[in-house]
Design a protein around this ligand. Structure first.
Ligand code: THG
Length: 647
């Protein structure tokens, strides 16, 4: 039996192909190749497009070659296989409605991708032997519009990526490849689309994701490699992570090293043949085959690169020398190699603590940056003021639809040191989906800290998840209405990749005693684990009532919260905890609130609290508060009734 792609990958280093666009050019194509004709063997939809185009010259549309010159496309795949490639990419890089629309054939996404995969499959079948199985990557590129810059939208991207992936799946691809991606929100749309396409076709295959790192040190829209890795590692379906295009191996080296040290997944690298040099108005690539082989050899032996190939400027000769040097080498370096036994069979779901612990980048991310859950000398600070319920200023700006003002406020929270910001646009009489998505599109682009999506509505949460790149946190789930809503939100965490906050509320309401809080917390953990969320991506909120009312019923409530935090921390050390700290002081005057919030946070942290939603500039450390004032605050938190009220 032919080994599957993953079985083959397990054996040793695999070789990808190199550039194909230049190979097409070198083949001296006649203009005819770029004119779609209604030939009888083509599908109806393609013939209809040909009739409509009436012989129009589709210059540069390489995807059209799948219909006009399948023989040449196959020939170039064969050249790479003969040079030593184990895998070729289907000729479907531009097969999305966005790119094909530029040639007036946006409806041919599925057909183009299907034909591309079939041609590559045919080449693979021709070239493979029992000793050298050959594989087809069903490849899709980014297209020409960036979602984070508002040039396209989630629904359009999701649909066209899914159409394209359905095509390559039906055409016989062994795995799905998202490549040359410059925008993390597009990566997310691509991964979700890949999952949808697999569900639609009933073919479950691995996903490989390659981003593009520019010479500036980030992706085109500014993403750090850590943000990319943190987001992509949410998805167990992604079996390899890497990069291609933009630069040569020398410029890629620091990112390859980063992935080697941090990625739980094998690494796939396809550099250009160096940086392009302009000669006579033409970009030329000067890295020699030997130099590319040297670079890959180093990547393999030092960073655990498992799939080696080439991008712009590379040729079959480059691939031949790379294959000669590293093909079949056993995997010996890199973090992913060290944790291979933890993820048997390249199954990257997080079912055991060992699997969750293998993840180096535990935290959240935005379009730009990764933020670890554990902060040196601090707790994870979640800014509270971007909340229509929690800030009058924010609420007024929302009513006035002052999106710039709300973005400015978020920037202020960033400046104050918030590691994340809690965003809530619930406002009676307004459309929460519209408000949340409008605001988050701005935040995605302009705010560098990750987002905590604060809403009780499943519909709002899902719409929000489609607006933010990176890995956000959903705030929150609870059992107030039973399990239905919680299940719905947890399946969104799984679909889009997100961490989650769980509140200790059940069908009987908000838990008051420490025991009840712990009991509900464990019920939450039972559900989050069932959905494959690692414990570290779950924040339990033991909630607190205000101590400001003086109600007899709630005098011990802060203590119950602290006790529950302590107990949970003992029982489930990987689970994070969070509190909306300001709740404890509702009803008191501002100066007293600063004291009580600071004191309460202090003791909650001592009990093991890892994170808090706060107005961080109004939290004071113990040494900034007079000791007798501190004493009064802590007497209130611990209900030590030493004071009598004179009346
Ligand atoms: N747990 C979780 N999420 C939460 C809460 C929680 N989200 C909302 C809230 N509680 C936390 N956020 C706030 C935000 C502001 C205030 C309190 C909690 C606050 N605001 C001032 C007031 O209402 O008096 C208003 C200040 C102003 O208008 O500027 O106190 O517990 N998971």
């Amino acid at each position: 039996m032919k080994p599957t792609f993953l079985e083959q990958l397990a054996k040793g280093v695999m070789i990808f192909d190199g550039a194909t666009g230049t190979e097409y050019q070198n083949a001296g194509l006649s203009d005819d190749a770029f004119i779609l004709k209604a030939e009888s063997h083509l599908p109806d939809s393609v013939r209809a497009a040909a009739d409509r185009l009436g012989g129009e010259f589709l210059e540069g549309c390489n995807e059209i070659l799948n219909f006009t010159r399948p023989d040449l496309v196959e020939e170039i795949h064969v050249r790479y296989f003969e040079a030593g490639s184990d895998i070729v990419e289907s000729n479907s890089f531009g097969s999305t409605s966005i790119v094909l629309a530029e040639y007036g054939i946006s409806e041919l996404v599925y057909e183009t991708s299907f034909a591309a995969a079939q041609i590559a499959r045919s080449a693979a079948n021709r070239c493979e032997t029992p000793d050298s199985p050959k594989y087809v990557a069903g490849a899709v590129g980014p297209g020409t519009k960036l979602i984070s810059l508002g040039q396209t939208d989630w629904a359009t991207l999701l649909e066209t990526y899914a159409d394209s992936f359905r095509g390559v799946l039906d055409g016989g691809a062994d795995f799905l490849l998202l490549e040359t991606l410059q925008d993390l929100l597009m990566v997310k749309a691509g991964i979700v689309a890949a999952k949808d396409a697999m569900a639609a076709t009933g073919r479950k295959v691995p996903i490989v994701v390659q981003v593009t790192m520019e010479q500036t040190g980030t992706m085109l829209v500014g993403s750090d490699i850590s943000a990319a890795l943190n987001m992509i590692e949410c998805f167990p379906e992604v079996v390899a992570i890497g990069m291609n295009c933009a630069t040569g191996p020398a410029e890629m080296a620091p990112f390859v090293k980063f992935l080697g040290e941090n990625s739980t997944r094998p690494i796939s690298i396809q550099p250009n043949a160096g940086l392009p040099m302009m000669e006579g108005g033409q970009a030329v690539y000067k890295l020699t085959p030997g130099e590319l082989a040297d670079a890959h050899e180093k990547f393999v032996s030092e960073s655990g690169v498992a799939i080696c190939g080439g991008c712009c400027g590379t040729t079959p000769e480059h691939i031949r020398q790379v294959a000669e040097r590293v093909k079949g080498r056993s995997h010996s370096a890199g973090h992913w190699v060290a944790c291979r036994t933890v993820f048997p069979g390249f199954d990257f779901s997080y079912r055991t603590d060992e699997q969750a612990d293998a993840v180096k980048l535990q935290g959240a991310s935005s379009l730009y940056d990764f933020v670890p859950w554990v902060q040196d000398n601090s707790y994870l600070i979640v800014g509270e003021r971007t909340n229509a319920n929690g800030s009058k200023a924010f609420r007024d700006m929302l009513a006035a639809e002052n999106w710039e003002g709300m973005t400015e406020l978020a920037r202020e929270l960033e400046g104050e040191g918030s590691h994340l910001i809690d965003v809530c646009t619930a406002y009676v009489g307004r459309d929460e989906v519209r408000d949340m998505t409008t605001l988050l599109k701005a935040y995605n682009q302009h705010i560098t800290v990750p987002i905590m999506i604060d809403s009780t509505e499943v519909e709002v949460i899902e719409a929000a998840l489609q607006c933010v790149a990176g890995k956000p946190v959903i705030n929150s789930i609870n059992f107030e209405d039973g399990e239905g809503r919680t299940e719905a939100v947890l399946s969104l965490c799984q679909r889009y990749g997100a961490a989650v906050v769980g509140l200790t509320i059940d069908e009987d309401g908000m838990a008051k005693s420490a025991e009840k809080k712990v009991q509900i917390a464990e019920r939450i953990l039972d559900r989050t684990r069932a959905y494959g969320l690692p414990d570290s991506d779950v924040f339990i909120d033991c909630l607190t009532f205000t101590l400001g009312s003086g109600d007899e019923e709630f005098r011990e409530s802060a203590m119950a919260t602290i006790d529950a935090i302590k107990e949970l921390h003992l029982r489930h050390p990987r689970v994070n905890s969070i509190l909306g700290v300001s709740n404890v002081s509702f009803g008191l005057k501002a100066s007293a609130r600063v004291i009580l919030n600071s004191v309460f946070l202090h003791y909650a942290r001592e009990a093991g609290l890892t994170s808090a939603i706060v107005h961080s500039s109004k939290i004071l450390p113990e040494n900034r508060i007079d000791s007798d004032v501190w004493q009064i605050g802590s007497d209130l938190v611990f209900d030590r009734r030493k004071y009598t009220v004179a009346n």
